[in-house]
Design a protein around this ligand. Structure first.
Ligand code: NG1
Ligand code: ZN
Length: 531
């Protein structure tokens, strides 16, 4: 198999631990960092094949997001900045689990099935988070790329969404923006300035935002971007990685699941705060009131704010475009009710994992998608973008319509349509609050969350649980769903479901009900039913 050059020889330098089987899950491969060297090398090989096949630049991001610092992971980014397609996820799993001696045969199988032209040039760009293990692991990816003579560019330390953005820029001939971090900062800060021009009377206090960087890459990148945003946004960064551990008692996942402020954040009452996760693709907001009560504004609240803002602007602009919100089973019941009954927007529910939400959102003129944990973005169809840009340029439109058109145009420019992006989402939220003259308290009171609880349960084999109806019901093991239904019936406004995690070796339990006491009891009882 001469076409695979020195794959056999080079792969021996990245040996697979005996007996290790991994699966390309909702966010690629994720496990303890010391088990991943061979996977990285092999993902370098696979990304090179994918690049040859699509004749486009492919991205490889080394990160384990919100997982503990000692974990790591890798995911592949397809030409339009989206997650790699399911067929290639399957190849990724095959390749990661192949025995050393079978590696070339598996590669050959992929080349044949996908009709990859091995003579085609390949281009792969890579990035990594701040984990101590990420640098060596990203070198293993580069080894894989060079082994198949692919061209590579290492962006080094970048957020996951920045790498998605670079892939999209590179494959659209620069139309989306410049494929550099500088280009990213310039594009976003320009759109942000255009939007905040419409809110000239903001006080210094209103321009102030506290950011928890989860001791990760988001903190680093916010420091780089700070100067671009002044004076319209003054950020104070906590958990900037100078002392604490990545994601330890901080970051978006911690704040969302624990429903409390991160370690080290010095919040005064009413102060707007936000937390990024470890690779800065998720964001949640919060504040504490004068009674020291903590208020969380999660992905559902963000989706509501965005869809309300866009709907209003589209109406003012006189554009007849359909706005839909895509959620998962974890969306708070109050948010779904508010969106459907009050906002009258279409709401869809998909399986957990951004790729599912992204795919669904593509079906609408304007698809707002957010996981409750704060991962999400907005997708505009070609038709929607064209109508918005035309209106913004239209000289005969009324002042009101033109203003709405311009605001919509800058909003499109501010959003990272490749993927959920904490920095872009943060700027969008700050701009929307400014333009609409809303405080964080106004935003929080749009609707009241139903008390909810998430728990993790360790079981021998989490895969015995199979689900249906966008993961809201368990089909196996027999009897489990009946037990959950019986428990739910005991409480008011209650709902509960269980599903195997795609990123951790646990079963996740989610419950909501009318009071915190009830929901805690319900979640606990459901977790006992899982054993
Ligand atoms: P799993 O571990 O499959 O629940 C978690 C999140 C997902 C998604 C992925 C990828 C929850 C309940 N689950 O997946 O929404 O973000 O990680 O990071 O938040
Ligand atoms: Zn993340």
């Amino acid at each position: 198999m001469a076409q695979f050059g020195d794959v056999s020889q080079k792969s021996a330098l990245h040996p697979k631990p005996k007996g290790l089987t991994l699966q390309y899950g909702t966010a690629g491969f994720r496990t303890a960092a010391d088990r991943l060297d061979h996977v990285m090398f092999r993902m370098g090989l696979l990304a090179t094949l994918r690049s040859k096949q699509t004749k486009s630049t492919i991205g490889v991001m080394v990160t384990a997001s919100h997982n503990p610092e000692e974990d790591n992971g890798v995911k592949l980014i397809d030409p339009m900045g989206e997650m790699v397609t399911p067929a290639w996820e399957g190849y990724a799993t095959q390749l990661a689990n192949a025995d050393q001696d079978d590696l070339c045969a598996v590669l050959k199988g992929i080349v044949e099935s996908e009709g990859v032209d091995m003579a085609q040039a390949a281009s792969v760009i890579i990035g990594r988070d701040t984990r101590p293990s990420s640098e060596n692991l990203s070198r293993a990816v580069l080894d894989g790329i060079s082994c198949l003579e692919g061209h590579s560019h290492d962006f080094g330390l970048v957020t996951t969404p920045q790498l998605h953005y670079m892939v999209l820029c590179r494959n659209t001939g620069g139309c989306y923006g410049d494929a550099t971090t500088q280009g990213y900062y310039e594009k976003l800060s320009k759109a942000f300035a255009e939007l905040t021009k419409n809110a000239p009377k903001r006080t210094l206090d209103q321009k102030m935002l506290l950011v928890d960087g989860a001791n990760g890459i988001g903190a680093l990148k916010m420091k780089e971007m700070e100067a671009f945003l002044k004076p319209e946004l003054q950020v104070e960064i906590f958990n900037d990685g100078s002392s604490g551990r990545l994601n330890y008692e901080c970051g978006a996942d911690y704040v969302k699941v624990q429903q409390k402020a991160p370690r080290g954040m010095q919040m005064s009452p009413g102060q707007r705060c936000c937390s990024f996760d470890g690779d800065a693709d998720r964001i949640v907001y919060y504040y504490s009131d004068s009674n020291a009560r903590f208020h969380l504004l999660d992905g559902d609240k963000i989706a509501t704010l965005i869809s309300t803002y866009l709907k209003e602007l589209l109406t003012e602009a006189g554009l007849n475009l359909q706005v839909a919100v895509v959620q998962t089973a974890y969306a708070n019941g109050s948010s779904t009710r508010y969106l459907e009954d009050v906002m009258k927007v279409t709401v869809c529910c998909t399986k957990t994992g951004v790729k599912h939400l992204h795919h669904e959102a593509q079906k609408f003129d304007v698809g707002v998608y957010f996981e409750a944990n704060g991962h999400g973005t907005v997708l505009f169809s070609k038709k929607a973008e064209e109508q918005i840009r035309e209106l913004a340029e239209e000289s005969n439109a009324s002042d009101e319509k033109k203003r709405a058109g311009k605001l919509l145009e800058s909003t499109v420019n501010l959003i990272n349509q490749a993927t959920g992006d904490a920095i872009s989402d943060m700027l969008l939220i700050e701009a929307m609050l400014a333009v609409r003259g809303m405080s964080v308290q106004d935003w929080a009171s749009i609707y009241t969350d139903l008390p909810n609880r998430q728990l993790k349960v360790k079981v021998a084999d989490r895969r015995v649980i199979e689900t249906t109806d966008a993961e809201r019901r368990a089909v196996t093991p027999a009897g489990l769903q009946d037990s959950i239904d019986a428990l739910v019936k005991k409480y008011r406004q209650a709902r509960a479901f269980v599903r195997p995690s795609g990123t951790e070796d646990v079963v996740r339990v989610y419950a909501e009900a009318d009071t915190q006491e009830s929901v805690d009891a319900l979640a606990h009882q459901v977790s006992l039913a899982v054993y």
